[in-house]
Ligand binder design. Sequence first.
Ligand code: GLA
Length: 305
Amino acid sequence: MESRPAGGPWTGRAPGRVNLIGEHVDYLGGVVLPAAIDKHTTAAGHPGASWSVESLVQGGLAYLQAVGEELGVAPQVVAVTSDVPPKAGISSSAALMVAAAVGLRPDLDGMDAARACQRAEQKATGVQVGIMDQFASALGQRGHAMLLDCTTLEYQAVPFPEELAIAVIDSGEHRSLADTPYNERRREAEAFDPRRRRHVDSEIARVHAFVYALGRRDFNEVGRLLKQSHASLRDDFEVSTPTVDALVEKAWGIAGCYGARIMGAGFGGSVLALVDRAEAKNFAMAIGRPVLMCATADGAYVAPR
Ligand code: GLA
């Protein structure tokens, strides 16, 4: 990617992400399987006397300022547009920060940009997030999910089958991560609490089984793993809510739905369902909640192919 002289106007665009499986394991060095999606945030800016942001969504300033500090750039006047809904579990904050990073520093290596945005999110929110969201937003690939090893940061593109539709269902329970026990769960898992670790170990095994099942196009097995993941997040990691549990169970019962689970940090947010593409419209009608149908997309630091 071409580098541009600093100090002039800039524009950057970055996608949100879904996580197919591998939840609450990134900050413990586990493997995850996110995908960048075709919902994007665009940030456009130019240098100014102090940081400012114009956006329909509140709260972006702290993120942008933190990214700016990580990237070592002077204050900017920024305008943001986005079709990544905030607080819904598809990483609107990662999309915003990676959009600013790629606009301000297109010359960076995508991995370094993801690391800078992870640090910026931790600073801006006090939430000790892992690297999954920023990494997927920076380096995901259209047509693929990303199998990411959060210890080595080695990653591999895993072809995502055309036959599956990715449905993201809004639970209606919106939250900021800073208001959730995310840090507490992280501490408990790091302290080897047996139940929390049972989730982590079983979830990592499910990621590998999921990749194998996707490769064989064994969608029933893919769905079974999603259901197991939900049960583990609900019972062992305790990051679900009664509203989300009810929505997940409703999704499981709809024709064409292979499986569904709570997605992202949890404590509300969104449910991910993988649905037979031919049944996607019926599924969206039957679930009775707003649904975003998502396709995989390229990350911000991936050159157009
Ligand atoms: C949030 C964090 C990620 C990850 C997920 C849970 O999305 O930003 O780093 O920990 O929660 O898997």
